[in-house]
Design a protein around this ligand. Structure first.
Ligand code: FAD
Ligand code: FES
Length: 244
């Protein structure tokens, strides 16, 4: 059930280089599905006018959390919102996915956010997780506590997530794989894992004007014609979509 509401922030804290916002929303756990996201904006300002898409990081009985990486003005202002202040929230949006009990998750940087949410539904599996530096590797212990085997790499030491995937390529054989990260990472991974996985899905990001299929700003080319990331995604089978 998608709704537009004004909701209070109840926590704002740093998590590595990111901002974790917790927003009060009683009953959200009943309808926020795996793979979904919300459009969020400041309730007290008109500028930036458009809401920004953010993945669910976690969902509880009375609240949900978002993890924000500052990119431009919108995410910078959202990361400064204090407990007690209100946000405009449209959601949940996007298609719910069936994550399966186990599988391989591949995260680059802030791509950890929706994959952490996805792991809430899983009973194990493997997380291959790359970031620029150690500070950017967040929620590792929490993922391990959920039963996932976590392997990490940082650019300042070992290399990129693609190097990590190549080192562990045998683990991908016959598996369902979910990827979330920068476009360059997804493009490289597509070549590396092509012959190994059973199925590969990718969380796509596009600039979004509305989040509900009205503005057409998030259209992507797929093997089945144009699709909208906000309505048909954000998760797609990797082989069906054009990346970048
Ligand atoms: C479904 C979905 C889920 C997302 N989940 C998260 C999340 O959990 N945490 C998080 O930090 N970010 C997430 N993002 C990305 C986030 O929405 C953008 O970083 C944000 O909209 C940028 O807004 P801004 O005002 O800060 O930057 P702007 O000033 O609007 O843009 C700054 C730069 O970022 C680029 N940019 C803006 N929006 C996007 C976008 N959607 N995709 C790619 N590049 C963009 C612009 O081209 C520009 O170069 C998600 C995006 C989508 C589509
Ligand atoms: S964001 Fe408007 S159609 Fe997808």
């Amino acid at each position: 059930m998608t709704t537009f509401r004004i909701l209070p922030v109840i926590e704002n804290r740093r998590l590595g280089p990111y901002t974790l916002l917790r927003i009060k929303d009683v009953g959200i756990h009943k309808y926020a599905g795996c793979g979904q996201f919300v459009m969020v904006g400041l309730s007290f300002l008109r500028d930036p006018f458009l809401l920004r898409p953010l993945s669910f990081l976690s969902v509880d009985n009375d609240s949900f959390s978002l993890l924000i990486k500052i990119k431009g003005r919108g995410t910078e202002m959202l990361s400064m919102v204090k407990p007690g202040e209100y946000l405009k929230v449209l959601g949940p949006l996007g298609r719910t996915i069936l994550p399966g009990e186990k599988g391989i998750l591949i995260a680059g940087g802030i791509g950890i956010a929706p994959l952490f949410y996805q792991s809430q539904w899983m009973r194990g599996g493997v997380l291959l997780y790359g970031a620029k530096d150690k500070r950017e590797l967040v929620l590792v212990k929490e993922m391990e506590d959920r039963g996932l085997v976590v392997k990490t790499i940082t650019e300042e030491k070992g290399g990129t997530v693609c190097d990590l995937v190549m080192e562990n390529i045998a683990l991908l054989k016959g598996q369902r794989v979910f990827i979330c990260g920068p476009v360059a990472m997804i493009k490289s991974l597509r070549e590396i894992i092509r012959d190994y996985t059973r199925e590969t899905f990718v969380y796509l990001e596009r600039r979004m004007g509305c989040g509900i299929g009205g503005c057409k700003s998030c259209a992507i080319k797929t093997g089945y014609g144009y699709k909208f990331v906000c309505q048909d995604g954000p998760v797609f089978p990797l082989e069906e979509v054009e990346i970048g």
